[in-house]
Design a protein around this ligand. Structure first.
Ligand SMILES: Nc1ncnc2c1ncn2[C@@H]1O[C@H](COP(=O)(O)OP(=O)(O)OP(=O)(O)O)[C@@H](O)[C@H]1O
Ligand SMILES: [Mg+2]
Length: 238
């Protein structure tokens, strides 16, 4: 547990992409250890851009701390062990010859022994319902299977923070229910960008609404998800 009790501290984060497109504007966000926070908002709101700042894939001048460590070059290896990031597009996550190697990549990089790597890979694949796929080529899997393996690549790291970008997209109903149950059982800090408000309702105690690169609301999930005017104003209710 941190002295501050904070897993994530973001102060005054603004970010423009190289072509000048605004990605984020004046983001202040503190997430306590063990919280489960949803990021919701319409397409282009800035959810993925915000998540990509949490392990330094995107960087800005502003100060971001993860588990009490400021994100900067000398910490980046340590930070990437702490923050397990599942990208919106599983193609961005899978680059090895086969499923085993993709899921083993993180644990091997952490310098773990072969036995422990094998144990973690088996467990992670079992958790996402992909045991038995070890020797399959990740690139020849269905989109939903790729998403499951992408999630396993992060579970095998046993991170302190899970940053998940649309974790249930492309999953079938059984896969979605199993993933929800799995995520609920993990006591780590979770920050989840999702359009799946059922998942948000089941999993997150707090909802942050983004639009136009800004945070426009932040509060208890029950309150935010029952505020129809707010949801409608930000493209979340039909
Ligand atoms: N590589 C990029 N170059 C330029 N602009 C980008 C890039 N990636 C995203 N953007 C822009 O940044 C803004 C935020 O995009 P982002 O992908 O973070 O949205 P999002 O909330 O994740 O949307 P979605 O619900 O579609 O996943 C959008 O205006 C988008 O067009
Ligand atoms: Mg996105």
């Amino acid at each position: 547990m941190l002295a501050t009790g904070l897993s994530i501290e973001i102060k005054g984060l603004s970010f423009n992409y190289p072509d000048g497109q605004c990605g984020l504007k004046d983001i202040d966000l503190n997430i306590a250890h063990g919280e489960s926070v949803a990021l919701v908002g319409p397409n282009g709101a800035g959810k993925s851009t915000l998540l990509l700042h949490l392990n330094g894939i995107l960087r800005s001048e502003c100060s971001i701390s993860v588990c009490g460590m400021k994100i900067e070059e000398r910490n980046i290896r340590e930070i990437r062990k702490k923050v397990g990031m599942v990208f919106q597009d599983p193609e961005d996550q899978l680059f090895s010859l086969n499923v085993f190697e993709d899921v083993a990549f993180g644990p091997l990089n952490m310098g773990l022994k072969e036995d422990e790597v094998d144990r973690r890979v088996s467990l992670a694949l079992q958790k996402v319902g992909m045991a038995g796929y070890e020797t399959r080529s990740s690139h020849h899997l269905s989109i939903g299977e790729k998403k499951r393996v992408a999630i396993a690549t992060v579970l095998s790291l046993d991170p302190e923070i899970l940053a998940l970008d649309e974790p249930t997209s492309s999953l079938d109903p059984r896969g979605r229910a199993a993933l929800t149950t799995l995520l609920k059982s993990l006591s780590v800090t979770k920050i989840i960008a999702s359009h799946d408000l059922d998942l948000v309702r089941l999993l997150c105690n707090r909802v942050v609404v983004m639009d136009g690169g800004r945070i426009v609301a932040d509060g208890d999930s029950g309150r935010i998800l029952s505020d129809h005017a707010l949801l409608e104003a930000h493209g979340l209710a039909v």
